[in-house]
Design a protein around this ligand. Structure first.
Ligand SMILES: Cc1cc2nc3c(=O)[nH]c(=O)nc-3n(C[C@H](O)[C@H](O)[C@H](O)COP(=O)(O)OP(=O)(O)OC[C@H]3O[C@@H](n4cnc5c(N)ncnc54)[C@H](O)[C@@H]3O)c2cc1C
Length: 399
């Protein structure tokens, strides 16, 4: 039976980042991934400043930046009135070496991490290995992996479940995943059409508020991405049709037929947090542990923050005889509490703000945001929160 110190389920951005940090420190780690390769997953495209700090520490940031766009400024816009409230992360340059968002698709990060892992320790990532069974005892965790032609067994000191929203690891631990699912799904359209020519001073990240159809306009190097909520009563076929795409684009005052798309994807959106992030030697991180709407770009970022916290603790346990119960229970308390107090509450509030844009009459939330933008002290506190630095400060204060 193969034995490793740490087994990571899932080669998404969270699992691969965890594995790379451990492998760099000399830990014997194995990543198992159900799919044949890291998929062209377009979901996350915003990386926040503290995440960039972490990726820089791992030595992967320059190569990632070469595949992305720096976005220091982001806009809240009112779709009807056209009013813009601008925030500039550059104001955080005294506290951050990376005072901007990096607009870069999540699959680029996962693939880069896999490449670096394979260069460091060939054979560390096993594709077409789906975790199908988990048992644990006082000394370790045993997992069964389904490959195209066999079932393999691996024994590990610790298992990190970074296997996404439908996490098998979470289900094997019997952990509840409480919260709710929004009735409407979100549709993303990717296009190489120069939509910036149709808006005044569009930046790379734009949250556009509207009572009837808010939207997010995001730039990545090769595309614009348009994110809109959909009508819950419509079928997938209707929502993914040319007619629906054209109608979305025409409501944004562009010619529907002229805006050709390279991707159209529907997402079901949840707000959920696992009841525990630790079950003995099994640790949950990323989407396996928490799900939230994408408004603010916190899902993947907070997953990377989970494994930054967790891998630091595993290194103390495996290399310095640290107290496993004390260290891993604190991981659970710190990251689960931040998932609730910051990620869930802020994303729910961000969605409410976008849904409140009337145009004729400013909503209370818009008036409040304008006040924040005008006041240097409140604006700085706001930027520290939205950039996710504040959540890391709060996490560190949790005993
Ligand atoms: C429209 C949209 C936009 C988003 N934008 C942002 C953003 O800008 N910024 C941000 O921070 N977040 C964003 N998110 C959220 C982000 O996409 C997720 O939080 C992120 O993908 C989580 O990464 P992960 O590695 O935990 O999980 P995943 O990316 O889901 O990776 C899990 C991996 O595990 C594998 N797997 C599953 N089951 C098994 C098994 N049994 N055995 C082995 N492998 C398995 C899967 O194949 C997959 O490769 C967005 C989400 C959506 C829907």
């Amino acid at each position: 039976m193969k034995r490793v110190q740490v087994l990571v389920a899932g080669a998404g951005p969270v699992g691969t980042t965890a594995a790379f940090r451990l492998a760099q420190a000399g830990i014997d780690v194995l990543v198992v991934e159900a799919l044949p390769a890291c998929p062209d997953d377009m979901r996350a495209s915003t990386m926040h400043p503290p995440t960039l700090d972490m990726l820089d520490t791992l030595g992967v940031l320059p190569e990632l930046e070469a595949q992305g766009l720096r976005a220091p400024v982001y806009h809240y816009r009112n779709r009807r009135s056209g009013e813009v409230i601008a925030f500039d992360m550059g104001e955080l340059s005294d506290v951050s070496a990376h005072p901007y968002r990096l607009q870069c698709e999540q699959f680029k990060l996962a693939r880069l991490m896999v490449k670096r892992l394979e260069a460091l320790r060939p054979g560390t990532v096993k594709f077409l290995h789906r975790l199908v069974g988990v048992q644990q005892d006082a000394d370790g965790v045993t997992v069964q992996l389904e490959t195209p032609f066999s079932i393999e067994t691996v024994r590990a000191d610790y298992l990190i479940g970074a296997d996404g929203a439908n996490s098998s690891v979470r289900k094997w631990t019997g952990t509840d995943f409480d919260g709710f699912t929004y009735p409407e799904r979100f549709l993303t359209l990717s296009t190489d059409y120069p939509i910036e020519q149709h808006f005044d001073r569009l930046v790379s990240v734009n949250y556009v508020a509207d009572l009837e159809e808010w939207c997010v306009l995001l730039r990545v190097p090769a595309f614009w991405r348009i994110l809109v909520p959909t009508h819950s009563a419509m079928s997938d076929q209707e929502l993914l049709s040319d007619a629906y795409k054209n109608a979305v684009v025409e409501r944004l005052a562009m010619n529907g037929a002229a805006v050709q798309t390279s991707h159209r994807t529907l997402y079901r959106v949840h707000q959920r947090v696992a009841k525990q992030f630790r079950a003995g030697r099994i640790l949950l991180a990323g989407d396996a542990a928490h799900l939230n709407n994408p408004l603010g770009g916190f899902g993947m970022n907070s997953g990377i923050h989970d494994v930054w916290n967790l891998t630091g603790r595993l290194l103390q346990i495996l290399q310095e005889q640290g107290d496993a119960d004390q260290l891993l229970d604190q991981y659970d308390r710190q990251r689960r509490s931040i998932a609730h107090s910051f990620v869930q509450s802020q994303t729910i509030e961000n969605k409410r703000l976008l849904e409140s844009g009337d145009g004729e009459q400013r909503s209370a939330m818009e008036i409040q945001l304008e006040g924040v933008a005008r006041d240097p002290e409140r604006r700085r506190a706001y930027l520290m929160r939205q950039s996710m630095y504040q959540s890391l400060t709060e996490e560190a204060a949790i005993a």
